[in-house]
Design a protein around this ligand. Sequence first.
Ligand SMILES: NC(=O)c1ccc[n+]([C@@H]2O[C@H](COP(=O)([O-])OP(=O)(O)OC[C@H]3O[C@@H](n4cnc5c(N)ncnc54)[C@H](O)[C@@H]3O)[C@@H](O)[C@H]2O)c1
Length: 356
Amino acid sequence: MDNTSKSKFVLLTGGAGYIGSHTIIPLIESGYEVVVIDNLFNACKGEGEKPVSILQVEKLTGKQVTFYAIDLLDYILLSEVFDKHEFCCVIHFAGLKYSNESCNIPLNYYKVNVCGSINLFQVMMEHNVKRLVFSSSSTVYSEPHFLPITELHPVGQSLVNVYDKSKYYIEGIIQDLCNSDKEWFVIILRYFNSVGAHSSGTLGEDPNGTPSNLMPYVAQVAVGKIQSLNVFGKHCSTIDGTGVRDYIHIMDLAEGHVSALEKMQKSNDSGAIAINLSTGNGYSVLQVINMFSQVSKQEIKYEIVDCPNGYCDSSYCDASFAKEYLGWEAKRTLKEMCEDTWRWLSLYPQGFSTTT
Ligand SMILES: NC(=O)c1ccc[n+]([C@@H]2O[C@H](COP(=O)([O-])OP(=O)(O)OC[C@H]3O[C@@H](n4cnc5c(N)ncnc54)[C@H](O)[C@@H]3O)[C@@H](O)[C@H]2O)c1
């Protein structure tokens, strides 16, 4: 692949989802032409072809986003999208993402996440598009051996759920692909916990069913949709006995993808490079609850319960490589994460179905 390619067309798989839709905004602001494919499995359908998230992005940016409602597993339709556009790069968000669910339906997770990725990489190969940003996860590190977690931390050890394994396997496939063909350049972004919403309050996370991660759960308690929250603790060896995690504002994460694309456009590097994308700051569950309560002026009811087996006390990253390699660092605070989540939920209490 010629890295001097003048094409500014970027394909986002799963671009109608939470992280993908937010990422479109800074991409458009940076002059990229965005094309999205998504099968709408976890995105709210709008009127007509386009999902609500994409329509909201179009309102915010004043620009059209090309959208195809297709499945990653459909080789022929995927190939046709590559015939129509000359992409400089692909950002691969599409996938199934719920850890608990993944153990109940492992074949679905492997099919969509692993087979879907292989499908995509084959179509990319055929069309000589060899630049990729891949959405991986901090869960490939499993229980941390040391803190903060650097990219040199071992991966793939003692992974317990199918989702985490699928991310680890895809990283391995990418590595093998890059070993076999030196023209590939892949940036593997290992996200920590992405939270928050666009500051307009018109775009945010719209989880199907009961949320499985902390911030949307806290928000649902604040808005009265869920009565109370179970908090694991008080026996973790942390500041207040509850688990500490690394949270990143969704717009910081979105901007991290633009930095990755810029790097790909300018650099002659090749191979696969894994990068932690987060703040490097850990906050306890109670710190998050208290901040959310302060910002929303709502009482957040919670109950302390025993930690499940294998619950990890603390997990947060060393974010210095992202700064060094991509020139990117997260800027937004925990307060902004809570404020923007609250604004989104106050305006759209039923998520995107509020707008349809
Ligand atoms: N949200 C997080 O905190 C987090 C953390 C680590 C990694 N990730 C990874 O980042 C990526 C994006 O996460 P998200 O939070 O935006 O998830 P999301 O579910 O909101 O978005 C994923 C999108 O992919 C689409 N999709 C699913 N299967 C598809 C298929 N077969 N064909 C086409 N489209 C398909 C869904 O409809 C959805 O719009 C995922 O790969 C996820 O595993 C997310």
